[in-house]
Design a protein around this ligand. Structure first.
Ligand SMILES: *[C@@H]1O[C@H](CO)[C@@H](O)[C@H](O)[C@H]1NC(C)=O
Ligand SMILES: *[C@@H]1O[C@H](CO)[C@@H](O)[C@H](O)[C@H]1NC(C)=O
Ligand SMILES: *[C@@H]1O[C@H](CO)[C@@H](O)[C@H](O)[C@H]1NC(C)=O
Ligand SMILES: *[C@@H]1O[C@H](CO)[C@@H](O)[C@H](O)[C@H]1NC(C)=O
Ligand SMILES: *[C@@H]1O[C@H](CO)[C@@H](O)[C@H](O)[C@H]1NC(C)=O
Ligand SMILES: *[C@@H]1O[C@H](CO)[C@@H](O)[C@H](O)[C@H]1NC(C)=O
Ligand SMILES: *[C@@H]1O[C@H](CO)[C@@H](O)[C@H](O)[C@H]1NC(C)=O
Ligand SMILES: *[C@@H]1O[C@H](CO)[C@@H](O)[C@H](O)[C@H]1NC(C)=O
Ligand SMILES: *[C@@H]1O[C@H](CO)[C@@H](O)[C@H](O)[C@H]1NC(C)=O
Ligand SMILES: *[C@@H]1O[C@H](CO)[C@@H](O)[C@H](O)[C@H]1NC(C)=O
Ligand SMILES: *[C@@H]1O[C@H](CO)[C@@H](O)[C@H](O)[C@H]1NC(C)=O
Ligand SMILES: *[C@@H]1O[C@H](CO)[C@@H](O)[C@H](O)[C@H]1NC(C)=O
Length: 562
């Protein structure tokens, strides 16, 4: 009986091997993959950073898991995580975010996977090793993604032999901020334009290109749709763009004189209106000046526009309804003036609007048709806007981040208007010049959940010993210069608080003992107060908590870092 079962099993497995062996993983492919797996340790990578604006870095939340961990020799490699096969041959290897750690071997067994057409190794840590020159042996590659891999050194020109490439990602990673790990020889972009003529997508952000963009790059690369050269140390003039381009990101190249064709000096030309397929345009941080041509506001396909941190001036048109697909508009840190067009709030697709740090004036208006608003981020800070926050803000129900600092309200703050903003996570209302003190208890009895900044306003914290459950998740609390005289007791109930700023108040007495017991607190700014000691000296100095007590009563040493 047992023998029969065994024989039956054996015959089925041998049958499937002989008749279907072509669709099974070839042993040479399997062995190459297993050896490649063993060339690396598995380790959760360090944090990845990305520069959003010049000098302003954000942490990229990459959820990694070790795909190769489940690869076992006794199973069919075509079914392994990250593998795509064709007739038993590996044609796709997607090991992005797979916790690979270690130097990439120049003779890695990867190069035995001769038939690869898609290779994605993004978000791993190759320990500042070089991109191997043997990459050119993977002649069939159509998609190559080595972005965020911590490769360093010169990008080998062998990569330019991969003439079938349609998509190339070489965005240089930054475990340490503002460190350009990859660079190229001068003629790299010209050579790329001659060889990689099938490219549709190119991302070489943070690679130190240190060159001009050759005109040939646009005329030869007729298939190019998306180009991202953020922070590449580009200079010179930008060549005439092809109308087929859909996405351009040339931000953070401060030496780029003129970022688009036919720029008159440092201005945007009206001919930009000819780029009718454009849907992403990023001019941020480029020293451009002048007014924005109205033609730009005619581009119906445009879905993301950044003009941030230039020297643009003029007013924004009120008839911008043509931008019916716009989802991001960032004009922060320029010299725009006039009123903020309320038509922005009628664009149904708009998710993020940043007009901070300009010279907009007059009262705020959010229009009347904002009930369908998708707006998640709104920044109108540091302008010359006056008057109350309109109650119609409660129609922006999807708001997550709101910054209205330096709004000259000249009246009381009606805290009730935030009650309907259930998604609000960050609320910044610093220096809003209210006529009566802001009742913190009332602010905290509705969202925000994570961050609140009321610095530079009179804030009353009286009779507050704890907070409502709504605000118990607060992580960042900024109450600098709020006229506070006693150490606010309610902070002891904020179990998730990570950073507090109570500087520039008139807080007297001792630092309470419970402060050191807040489990998540990393930083407490207590400078410029009248604090005269500690209730209890912190015992656990191993915690990375920093406390700044500069400029307090003389009994405390000037700066305490624990
Ligand atoms: C996988 O197993 C086969 C058969 O047992 C063996 O020949 C081969 O060397 C193994 N491969 C690796 C990389 O261990
Ligand atoms: C980061 O990712 C983790 C895991 O996917 C998630 O739990 C967490 O909420 C994310 N954090 C942010 C700030 O997006
Ligand atoms: C990382 O690189 C350093 C310096 O080249 C080397 O000493 C170390 O062994 C490498 N670590 C791994 C895991 O490859
Ligand atoms: C790769 O080169 C190293 C020495 O540089 C050698 O020890 C190793 O055996 C080589 N591996 C393969 C797969 O050729
Ligand atoms: C362009 O590709 C061809 C064919 O692969 C190669 O021979 C040539 O060296 C490449 N040019 C550069 C500059 O790498
Ligand atoms: C590279 O892969 C990462 C992770 O999958 C992805 O976010 C990025 O868009 C890819 N880049 C290119 C140019 O395909
Ligand atoms: C690219 O452009 C250059 C100069 O215009 C030209 O010499 C070269 O032949 C072009 N290459 C291709 C493949 O179109
Ligand atoms: C980029 O390369 C240029 C020329 O090689 C060099 O002068 C410059 O210091 C490099 N910049 C960075 C940030 O590495
Ligand atoms: C913008 O569109 C309007 C209406 O379609 C048109 O009259 C105007 O000429 C366009 N302006 C430019 C500069 O293209
Ligand atoms: C918007 O108004 C400006 C000035 O009034 C005008 O030049 C432009 O053509 C208008 N655009 C549209 C799309 O109506
Ligand atoms: C701000 O607005 C007021 C009137 O609302 C005006 O007097 C003042 O000049 C404006 N300041 C700037 C810098 O535009
Ligand atoms: C604050 O508002 C008052 C009126 O309530 C006004 O007189 C004062 O100029 C405002 N302060 C600033 C800095 O604009």
């Amino acid at each position: 009986m047992i023998g029969t079962i065994f024989l039956l099993f054996f015959s089925i497995s041998s049958f499937s091997y002989t008749s279907a062996s072509l669709t099974h993983c070839h042993p040479d492919q399997r062995d190459a993959l297993l050896e490649f797996k063993n060339e690396f340790e598995l380790r959760k990578p360090p944090e990845f950073f990305e520069e959003i604006t010049q000098g302003d870095w954000t942490w990229v939340n990459v959820s990694s898991y070790p795909k190769t961990k489940s690869w076992e020799n006794n199973t069919d490699c075509c079914y392994w995580d990250g593998i795509t096969c064709d007739s038993g041959v590996v044609i796709g290897l997607d090991l992005s975010c797979s916790c690979l750690h270690g130097s990439f071997k120049p003779n890695s067994s990867l190069f035995r996977l001769r038939h690869l057409w898609n290779l994605n190794l993004a978000y791993n840590d190759f320990n500042a090793s070089s991109i191997p020159t043997r990459i050119n042996e993977l002649m069939g590659l159509q998609r190559l993604n080595l972005s965020y891999t911590s490769f360093s050194g010169k990008i080998p020109t062998e990569i330019l032999h991969l003439t079938k490439l349609v998509s190339l990602g070489l965005s240089s990673s930054t475990f340490k901020r503002s460190q350009s790990l990859l660079s190229t020889e001068k003629p790299f972009l010209s050579q790329l334009s001659q060889n990689l003529t099938n490219l549709r997508q190119l991302d070489m952000s943070y690679v130190n290109l240190s060159s001009e963009i050759p005109q040939m790059m646009i005329s030869n690369l007729t298939s190019l749709r998306s180009i991202r050269l953020h922070g590449c140390n580009l200079f010179g003039r930008f060549p005439r763009l092809s109308p087929t381009i859909r996405s351009i990101d040339l931000s953070v190249n401060p030496h780029l004189e003129s970022s688009l064709p036919e720029f008159n000096g440092r201005k945007i030309p009206s001919s930009i209106g000819n780029l009718s397929h454009l849907n992403i345009l990023d001019f941020g941080y480029n020293n451009l000046a002048g007014e924005i041509p109205t033609a730009l506001f005619n581009l119906t396909k445009l879905s993301s526009l950044s003009l941030a941190s230039n020297q643009f001036t003029g007013t924004l048109p009120h008839n911008i309804t043509s931008l019916s697909n716009l989802n991001i508009f960032n004009a922060a840190s320029n010299s725009f003036f006039g009123t903020v067009p309320s038509t922005f709030f009628n664009i149904p697709s708009l998710e993020s609007l940043d007009l901070g740090d300009n010279q907009f004036s007059g009262p705020l208006e959010f229009g009347n048709k904002s009930s369908m608003s998708k707006l998640q981020r709104l920044d109108l800070s540091k302008n010359n806007l006056t008057g109350p926050i309109p109650t119609s803000i409660s129609k922006l129900v999807n708001l997550e981040r709101l910054d209205l600092s330096y709004l000259n309200t000249r009246g009381p703050l009606d805290v009730g208007i935030f009650r309907h903003l259930k998604s609000l996570q960050q609320l910044t209302l610093s220096h809003i010049n209210t006529t009566i003190a802001i009742d913190l208890n009332a602010v905290l009895s509705s969202p925000p959940k994570y961050a609140l900044d009321l610095s530079g306003n009179y804030v009353s914290v009286e009779n507050m010993s704890s907070v409502s459950t709504l605000s118990s998740q607060l992580m960042y609390l900024f109450l600098s210069g709020c006229g506070i005289t006693v150490f606010p007791e309610f902070i002891s109930s904020l179990q998730y608080i990570s950073m507090i700023d109570l500087s520039n108040n008139s807080i007297k007495g001792q630092v309470p003992a419970w402060l050191w017991r807040l489990p998540e607190l990393h930083y407490a700014e207590l400078s410029y107060n009248a604090i005269n000691g500690f209730k209890e000296f912190p015992k656990d100095v191993s915690r990375t908590m920093m406390t700044d007590l500069f400029h307090n009563a003389s009994t405390i040493s000037s700066r305490g870092v624990f």
